[in-house]
Design a protein around this ligand. Structure first.
Ligand SMILES: Cc1cc2nc3c(=O)[nH]c(=O)nc-3n(C[C@H](O)[C@H](O)[C@H](O)COP(=O)(O)OP(=O)(O)OC[C@H]3O[C@@H](n4cnc5c(N)ncnc54)[C@H](O)[C@@H]3O)c2cc1C
Length: 432
């Protein structure tokens, strides 16, 4: 990591945010011989990109995301070799065990998209569930399973991409918040960081949960809310399954035998953006009502003003260098009980570690990946709504294409920014 006492004065591209999307973008830009500087207010992958479950799935995706995830799957398969790094990449499949007949019917409908795309997803019965997770009590209503899906270790993936990008000439500045995107005559001209200005004709905004606030000061209304997901990890146990599994409880076994577990529901901690953008979320709120618990937290007050004042936002960005919310311990205790019921072989294993992360959610649960017209030179890669880890490498590759050749190799029209404001039905097409 570079010393922030002497930051570069200019770059071809400045990337704001060193989560998996900003970092992968920098990595692929170095393959285009571009001089790229990544500014991160905290540490590389400090927020969502190290806190997620690690599922890398094509299964259950919105139809618009399937081609991206199929290509991402191919990249992940060669990434350890390419980066010369251990990412704990495992092709063990992804399985959603149905909780209700309604859920089964939804995935049966989704299978049409899978078939159309040539994905290997299948609806399976309890005996196959038992073959994939021996000894499980889950699966009475069957499941959907995609054998070609995988999982990886979030704490390793983004740092490995950053090391590789640095090795190819990219500069990563940690503890370097960007307070403002600078513009001149409708075109991006650089960024103002807490350590001074960096001039650049292209800026990639990959700021995760902070994007709505950053964009509000450019006059762009980006509807986004924060949802808190809590995750637990057991002590190591004997091998159980290589598949990533979602039932009432979601889990994956890591290579040291420990199991990451979580529930599919989340805490909707109230924020100023909930008030500002709430109306855009009625659809998704209704669809996923039982998956959200609304909570008041102090952070609501601490981060309220950043939407309205750049000075307040600067304070928030340096106060919350790394969003590290308290996990919901009650929910995790219940999840561990559910895990033990689902897999009796987990036995007496205790929780060794727990954490939480704020997920950045859009109303249709789809990201924004697009070059903006106003200001020109601003590229958005944000709003990944709880499933962006698996997409990281392909998003980085596509954003680098947009910058270097002006055109991505895959259709990104579903991820355009204008959909929030042009009357598009924001709940249509949502899978999970
Ligand atoms: C509990 C949980 C479980 C999840 N499970 C999965 C899963 O199994 N599979 C999956 O695919 N996805 C999953 N996700 C979602 C996934 O983690 C995210 O979609 C993805 O990591 C988002 O990456 P990002 O780079 O867009 O954002 P982030 O990783 O949040 O990175 C954004 C970065 O920008 C920095 N930043 C913000 N503003 C500024 C600024 N002004 N100046 C400088 N830096 C700034 C932040 O500090 C942060 O480091 C999960 C997320 C959570 C929280």
């Amino acid at each position: 990591m570079s010393d922030t006492r002497s930051i570069p004065k200019e770059a071809d591209v400045v990337v704001i945010g060193a989560g998996i999307h900003g970092t992968a973008t920098a990595y692929y830009l170095t393959h285009r011989n571009m001089n790229v500087v990544v500014c991160e207010k905290g540490r590389i992958a400090g927020e969502q990109s190290s806190r997620n479950w690690g599922f890398v799935r094509q299964q259950g995706r919105d139809p618009a995301e399937i081609p991206l995830m199929m290509e991402a799957n191919g990249i992940w398969r060669g990434l350890e070799r390419e980066l010369n790094a251990d990412l704990e990449w495992t092709v063990g499949g992804n399985m959603v065990v149905f909780r209700t007949g309604e859920e089964r019917a939804m995935f049966e409908r989704w299978m049409e998209h899978a078939k159309g795309a040539g994905l290997d997803s299948r609806i399976i019965d309890r005996s196959e569930v038992e073959r994939i997770v021996p000894g499980t009590t889950l699966g009475e209503l069957g499941a959907i399973y995609t054998a070609s899906d995988g999982h990886a270790e979030p704490a390793k993936a983004t740092p490995a991409l950053a090391r590789a990008a640095e090795g190819r000439g990219a500069t990563f500045l940690e503890n370097c918040a960007v307070f403002r995107v600078l513009t001149e005559g409708g075109h991006v001209s650089g960024v103002m960081t807490e350590h001074g200005e960096i001039r650049a004709p292209v800026v990639v905004l990959a700021t995760g949960a902070w994007s709505s606030k950053m964009l509000s000061h450019l006059g762009l209304k980006f509807p986004q809310v924060w949802i808190k997901g809590s995750v637990g990890r057991t002590e190591p146990v004997a091998p159980i399954s290589e598949s990533a599994v979602w039932g009432g409880v979601a889990f994956r076994q890591r290579q040291d035998g420990s199991i990451n577990f979580a529930v599919r529901s989340s805490d909707a901690d109230l924020m100023m953006q909930t008030v500002l953008h709430g109306r855009h979320f009625f659809g998704v709120g209704k669809q996923h009502m039982r998956d959200f618990r609304i909570r008041f937290r102090r952070i609501l007050f601490d981060t309220a003003m950043g939407h309205f004042s750049e000075r307040a936002l600067a304070r928030e960005l340096t106060r919350y260098r790394t969003l590290d919310p308290e996990p919901n311990h009650a929910v995790l205790a219940a999840a561990l009980t559910d895990l033990k019921r689902a897999i009796p072989a987990v036995g007496e294993a205790a929780t060794a570690k727990s954490w939480a992360g704020y997920i950045d959610m859009t109303p249709d649960l789809l990201p924004v990946i697009e070059a903006q017209e106003n200001p020109r030179g601003l590229i958005l890669a944000t709003g990944f709504s709880g499933h962006g880890f698996g997409m990281g490498p392909i998003v980085g590759k596509l954003v680098a294409q947009i910058i270097a050749v002006g055109q991505p190799s895959l259709d990104l029209s579903a991820f355009r920014f204008s959909r929030f404001h042009d009357g598009t039905d924001l709940t249509a097409g949502t899978a999970v």
